[in-house]
Design a protein around this ligand. Structure first.
Ligand SMILES: [Zn+2]
Length: 486
């Protein structure tokens, strides 16, 4: 296959981006990528350390003559979200990401692209290849497991770069904006025990697919449908017309992605097949009407994998009632809008994963809020619902909000550069998503932090794609910003 970046690779930026895409680096599997980064630092004769959880910190001495300038942290994360389109076979532990150029946009071939945060890591590394780069002392800080709870940033020793005054985080997805604050979040996992009995019947697989999904923070304000909730609502509606038992049920991939698909395997009496078919057909129209533009690709489908009745272990009636109760009553989506900033979400919840095993239904939630108290109250609401249904909720893990600073010399400097480079104003924003910046700000309260990144669309889905011109502009912006701090 020809290399879509062939003509771009002479540029340091694309050389690094391609090198990162070639090394599998899903969450918990970043060792090979950090090995490559450590080797690159060694080649550059730079001090680089990897800590016990895999975070990498490269220390870059200031350009001679600029030793007095305040040190700057450039920060991104090593791990990527690994999602493949249904039907696409991709082993994220072994297979490289195949880059596909469509017009000005870079896609992967049926998987997440990993520009979140390969773009950020590539920008930081590429600077070290620039012969004319003039800079203050730099710390390049690359963390692990950002996408699964920021484990790396939690374990990081912040004192090793406590002399830094500024930090540019490279994990944003919207060119021309500068993120200066973010919501805090809580990851929560609940378990509902189930009992099973043997039953005989015709197996029917009800599937929900084709939803737009998206990032549970950035895109929760689109009010899209959640495939797990659609499946639960469909099952509750079907139960009025058809007697069924649930064999198993699953939907969603991770807590920070809005589920795009879900399915349930049911057992029915063979005589109910036609009624079930008709009911699902009617429901498909109902859900399409509810879905609106964002989720117009939604499909509710029914499949009968075997012609004859089979024996299977199914949820007993009490378990089934509790499972459907939990799935249909659990809140999800936007819970409260910001009362002072029009259009901004204040508090939200994503039911990201639901799956039955032999003995339990497990549910994974990500709850976000600008207010830690509002977030904790919502966690309590979910916990009480699960309690009432006989389940348990594990100790939640939370990260703090990153409050916007009243004055930011870094933002002022960067705004002036962006204006000079593009003729446009840089838009500061506070996002409804978790950024590691919150942990840096928490550990080093005087650190002046701004987060930037190129236009990267549909992150955390197999349709993730990044604009190449935007990537180049953002890189030039970053280089000029760091030079201005020298
Ligand atoms: Zn990211």
């Amino acid at each position: 296959m020809s290399d879509p970046l062939k003509n771009l690779q002479s540029e340091h930026l694309f050389k690094h981006f391609k090198a990162i895409a070639d090394i599998p680096h899903g969450s918990y599997h970043t060792e090979k990528l950090s090995n490559a980064i450590l080797a690159f630092a060694e080649e550059k004769h730079l001090n680089a350390e990897r800590d016990d959880v895999g975070n990498v910190v490269i220390t870059v001495p200031a350009t001679p003559g600029h030793e007095d300038a305040a040190p700057v942290i450039l920060q991104g994360h090593l791990d990527m979200v690994t999602v493949a389109k249904p039907g696409v076979i991709h082993d994220f532990d072994i297979d490289p990401i195949t880059l596909v150029l469509k017009g000005d946009d870079l896609y992967a071939d049926g998987t997440t692209l990993g520009a979140d945060d390969g773009a950020g890591v590539a920008m930081a590394l590429a600077l070290l290849d620039e012969p004319d780069f003039v800079h203050p002392k730099l710390y390049l800080v690359f963390t692990t497991e950002e996408e699964v709870g920021m484990d790396g940033a939690y374990a990081l020793d912040y004192q090793q770069f406590a002399d830094a005054k500024f930090m540019i985080n490279l994990d944003s997805e919207d060119e021309g904006t500068a993120t200066v604050g973010c919501a805090g979040g809580t990851h929560m996992k609940s378990t509902l025990p189930i009992r099973r009995v043997k039953a005989k019947g015709l197996a029917a697989v009800l599937s929900v697919s084709g939803l737009a999904g998206g990032h549970s923070g950035d895109e929760i304000d689109q009010f899209g449908l959640n495939a797990v909730k659609v499946l639960a609502d469909a099952l509750c509606a079907i139960a009025k017309d058809v007697d069924f038992s649930i064999v198993d049920l699953k939907g969603g991939e991770r807590d920070n992605a809005i589920p795009t698909s879900a399915e349930a395997t049911l057992l029915i009496a063979p005589s109910e097949r036609v009624t079930l078919d008709q009911t699902v057909n009617a429901l498909q129209h109902t859900f399409r009407a509810i879905a609106g533009k964002r989720d117009q690709g939604m499909t509710l489908a029914l499949d009968f994998p075997q012609a004859d009745a089979v024996e299977a272990s199914v949820l007993d009636p009490d378990s089934e009632a509790r499972v459907l109760g939990a799935l249909s009553a659990a809140p999800t989506g936007v819970v409260a809008m910001n009362r002072s900033v029009p259009g901004a979400v204040n508090t939200s919840l994503n039911l990201g994963v639901a799956a039955t095993s032999d003995k339990a239904l497990s549910l994974v939630f990500l709850i976000r809020s600008d207010h830690d108290a509002a977030r904790d109250m919502l966690c309590g609401r979910v916990t009480r619902l699960i309690d009432l249904l006989g389940g348990t909720t594990g100790a939640p893990s939370s990260y703090p909000a990153w409050p916007a600073r009243e004055t930011s010399p870094l933002l002022d400097t960067m705004s002036a550069i962006w204006q000079a480079q593009t003729g446009k104003a840089l838009t500061p924003m506070v996002i409804h998503g978790g950024l590691e910046c919150a942990l840096f700000a928490h550990a080093l309260p005087d650190l002046d932090i701004v987060s930037i990144g190129p236009d990267n669309i549909d992150i955390h889905t197999a349709n993730e794609h990044m604009s190449i011109p935007s990537f180049k502009r953002t890189y030039a912006f970053l280089k000029a910003a760091v030079e201005a701090l020298a």
